[in-house]
Design a protein around this ligand. Structure first.
Ligand SMILES: Cc1cc2nc3c(=O)[nH]c(=O)nc-3n(C[C@H](O)[C@H](O)[C@H](O)COP(=O)(O)O)c2cc1C
Length: 223
């Protein structure tokens, strides 16, 4: 029998939680459940650097594509009240950052970049990643990542209901292995060995399932 707050369920039954059940449940269980609820999230580590040259890496699962022309990518920065936020401070300081896919071979190292290290300690060194630079671009890339992009901060959007911010970056550089992208531009995440994330501590390998043509009404098969 699984127990969630006041709700008990037999494994064969499906759990139904109301807003009140969720509010009444144990804090950690609620946090884990809500964080896993949206399904697989992209696994990325964000690279940044302060103006005095201190590098930083932070695992971020909230990365989302916003537009292709210009290429815009956003991610959610959680509230930073009493918590220090090296990533946020660095990006605001110099306006540049990188987003690097987590390779499945380095999921554990990527996970530990979330620890609250002192600003003087670089997660690159402490968590076993290698800094990589592109001439003329300030922020550090992760050498071990197969897919990575360099971005310029263009907007910071306040989300009042969650006390978070969305940072929007415009893509300046993209690096993709030749064997992971096809002639129409589709990226195969299985070939790139990119990891997916569920919740705050579970990592997945991704397996390519299938791809389908653009969905025109007249082409929809009979199901
Ligand atoms: C799986 C996972 C996903 C995370 N996703 C985010 C996220 O999307 N946004 C965020 O602000 N913090 C996220 N975090 C927390 C940051 O990684 C953590 O606060 C990090 O230490 C920020 O460090 P900094 O002080 O070096 O910037 C996540 C942590 C984990 C373990």
């Amino acid at each position: 029998m699984l127990v969630f707050g006041e709700v008990e369920l037999n494994k064969k039954q499906k759990m139904h939680l109301t807003k009140q059940d969720i509010l009444d449940s144990d804090r950690i269980k609620r946090l884990n459940m809500i964080n896993s609820l949206t399904g697989i999230k992209p696994g990325n580590i964000v690279g940044s650097i302060s103006n005095d040259g201190k590098t930083n890496l932070a695992i971020i699962s909230s990365v989302v594509h916003l537009s292709s022309k210009p290429g815009l990518i956003g991610f959610i920065m959680r509230p930073h009240g009493e918590v220090k936020r090296d990533t946020y401070n660095n990006i605001c300081e110099n306006g540049y950052f990188t987003i690097n896919h987590i390779p499945t071979s380095h999921a554990e190292q990527a996970h530990y970049t979330s620890a609250k290290f002192d600003t003087d300690i670089s997660e690159f060194d402490r968590c076993g990643f290698t800094e990589q630079y592109i001439e003329g671009f300030k922020a550090p890339f992760v050498e071990e990542s197969n897919i990575k992009m360099g971005l310029k901060l263009v907007e910071e959007i306040e989300i009042k209901s969650s006390n978070t911010k969305m940072l929007v970056g415009e893509i300046q550089h993209v690096i993709i292995p030749d064997n992971a992208i096809n002639e129409t531009g589709y990226i195969n995440l299985e070939k790139a060995a990119s990891a997916g994330i569920s919740g705050l501590n579970s990592y997945y390998k991704l397996e390519f399932l299938d791809s389908y043509p653009y969905a025109r009404v007249e082409d929809v098969p009979e199901f």
